[in-house]
Design a protein around this ligand. Structure first.
Ligand SMILES: Nc1ncnc2c1ncn2[C@@H]1O[C@H](COP(=O)(O)OP(=O)(O)OP(=O)(O)O)[C@@H](O)[C@H]1O
Ligand SMILES: [Mg+2]
Length: 248
């Protein structure tokens, strides 16, 4: 059986408008990604390594369809569907994206609201009646928090959580709707050893190939974390192609 391609990136380049952010004939651009091509098969876990400012977050945000396509060239495919305006709606639900900074992800007044938000949205999109089934939503939120070792955090106020706890809640917000592709931007950075361990322990449930678990995981990671992954892609983002290495 042919293994499906979860993500395919073809000749991707991306540039940012300069700091003033106003496009004019005097605008200058900063080229961040240059002619990147690679694919990630279903079931693969891939880490993207590169120094600060190399473009790891920019690459992940592009794959998740969260960047302005005006400044992008090349193509991105998610499960063979091209990432464009027409397919964006269907592609977004396949991807769970966790921002490098959890403050970019959490905006509600309770952890429950933050974790249920993506799930309810997803169910509403599918016209699934469970969107209004309080017992079902409660159960999924409870399970998602348990997966990140934050049992009973439903009523906590995200703003007052520690940075590590916020990172874990941010992860729970996407686990709640069981995306096929999980994209984690530096999931363990800035965490204390306890929270670092908790994010790592997440790998256990993810790696059990249950239908509702992610089929591919992409992270921007520090080396110490990425050595646990099956496939390591080392990017020299300013060069033309990635170097791949199998990690024992
Ligand atoms: N909104 C923006 N406007 C202009 N330049 C930007 C913007 N966001 C990022 N950049 C620049 O693009 C480059 C790549 O940034 P990016 O955040 O993708 O790097 P990174 O590899 O994720 O870094 P880190 O390891 O610090 O997370 C950096 O030089 C950064 O200054
Ligand atoms: Mg980054």
């Amino acid at each position: 059986m042919r293994t499906k391609k979860a993500v395919e990136v073809r000749d991707l380049s991306y540039k940012y408008l300069d700091a003033r952010g106003i496009e004019s004939s005097f605008s200058r651009f900063k080229q961040v990604l240059k002619n990147i091509s690679f694919s990630i098969l279903e079931g693969e876990r891939v880490s993207i390594i590169g120094p600060n400012g190399a473009g790891k977050s920019t690459l992940l945000l592009n794959i998740a369809g969260l960047m302005d396509k005006k400044y992008r060239s090349g193509e991105i495919f998610i499960y063979d569907k091209k990432l464009d305006e027409k397919n964006m709606y269907n592609i977004r639900e396949k991807i769970g994206f966790v921002f490098q900074d959890p403050n970019d992800q959490l905006f509600s007044t309770t952890v429950f609201e933050d974790v249920s938000f993506g799930l309810i949205n997803y169910l509403n999109k599918k016209k699934d009646r469970r969107a209004k089934d309080k017992k079902y939503i409660d159960e999924v939120v409870k399970n998602s928090l348990a997966k990140v070792n934050l049992k009973g955090f439903e009523k906590e106020i995200p703003h007052f959580l520690s940075y590590g706890e916020k990172k874990l809640v941010a992860l729970a917000t996407v686990l709640s709707y069981s995306p096929k592709i999980l994209i984690l931007d530096e999931p363990t950075s800035n965490l204390d050893p306890k929270n670092r361990g908790e994010i790592r322990s997440l790998r256990t449930p993810i790696s059990k190939a249950r239908p509702a678990e992610p089929q591919a995981v992409v992270t921007a990671a520090v080396l110490i974390f990425s050595v646990d992954f099956h496939l390591l892609i080392i990017y020299h983002l300013s060069s033309t192609s990635p170097k791949e290495a199998i990690v024992p």
